[in-house]
Design a protein around this ligand. Structure first.
Ligand code: GUN
Length: 280
């Protein structure tokens, strides 16, 4: 029976620590969030970031746009926020409305304020093994490994999903730690064989029940980054009920990777604050 990698508890520990550190300064770290998409999921993600930021002692500014927003409007806002000394972190919630190019918009953020770690400068530093601001979900996953003393060197890790937000950056972080990484996607052949040879499986696809018990080696570590809906329930990529009988460690959905993403974003914003204010 697998033990639980408790993201909620670990995230709360990080946030309590941050709250205490923030209270030592006269100036508050400040996070600006740009929401240019009307999906319910994005609104919920941003509302969770706002609640956590405020509870932890950050200033939070939200810039919400409807479908009529233009590239120029977003560009002007980002250039303004880059120059605003009261703002330390800027994130653009993805995806954007279809007529906007996320990569182009994110490329406008000052890399020192890029607390999502999506700017090509920060992704490049990560690829070099010398990261500054690290994407929140991958950072949260690595923090969970550290919290539970899970060593990565020499481990076979299967990453399912190749997104710029999770799959690619988490693969780079794992490579940097000396893991042997297999990056799979929906077209990968023999996924089951590769999975059965893996010490760790990280799944980030949004497809329910993609990872089933017959794919998991006894004692393997399972990290479920997937989010999808089933009626009122939130589901991950992993068939949790059956996989937990064979895995060694497993993240639940919810209360697994999700809270770690938000806690890591807050850590990045505090780090950007210290750098920009010359406090470290
Ligand atoms: N969309 C899904 N995950 C994320 C994230 O971590 N940051 C942003 N900005 N958008 C997202």
């Amino acid at each position: 029976m697998a033990m639980i990698l408790d993201g909620k508890k670990t995230a709360q520990k990080i946030l309590d620590n941050l709250k205490q550190n923030i209270s030592k300064y006269d100036k508050k770290p400040s996070l600006a969030v740009i929401l240019a998409n009307d999906s319910e999921a994005s609104k919920i993600y941003v509302a969770n970031k706002e609640k956590t930021a405020k509870e932890t002692g950050f200033n939070f500014k939200m810039y919400q746009f409807d479908k009529s927003v233009t590239k120029e409007q977003l560009k002007n806002l980002i250039l303004e926020l880059n120059l605003d000394n009261s703002v330390h972190g800027i994130i653009v919630q993805l995806p954007l409305f279809n007529h906007l190019d996320g990569k182009e918009i994110i490329g406008l953020i000052d890399p020192k304020k890029d607390v999502d770690g999506f700017h090509p400068y920060n992704m490049g530093k990560l690829a070099q093994g010398n990261p500054s601001l690290i994407c929140a979900t991958p950072k949260g996953i690595m923090t969970l490994f550290k919290e539970y003393n899970i060593l990565l060197q020499g481990k076979n890790v299967l990453v399912i999903g190749r997104s710029n937000i999770v799959g690619k950056p988490v693969s780079l972080l794992l490579i940097n730690e000396g893991a042997t990484v297999f990056c799979a996607n929906s077209k990968t052949k023999n996924l089951k064989q590769i999975a059965l040879n893996s010490d760790i499986i990280i799944s980030a696809t949004g497809h329910k029940n993609l990872v089933t018990k017959d794919m998991v080696k006894e004692g393997a570590i399972i990290i479920d980054v997937g989010i999808s809906r089933e009626g009122n329930r939130i589901r991950g990529d992993v068939d949790f009920e059956n996989v937990k009988d064979i895995a060694g460690w497993i993240t639940p959905v919810p209360k697994g990777v999700g809270p770690m993403t938000i806690a890591s974003l807050m850590e990045n914003t505090f780090e950007a604050f210290l750098t920009l204010e010359g406090l470290k």
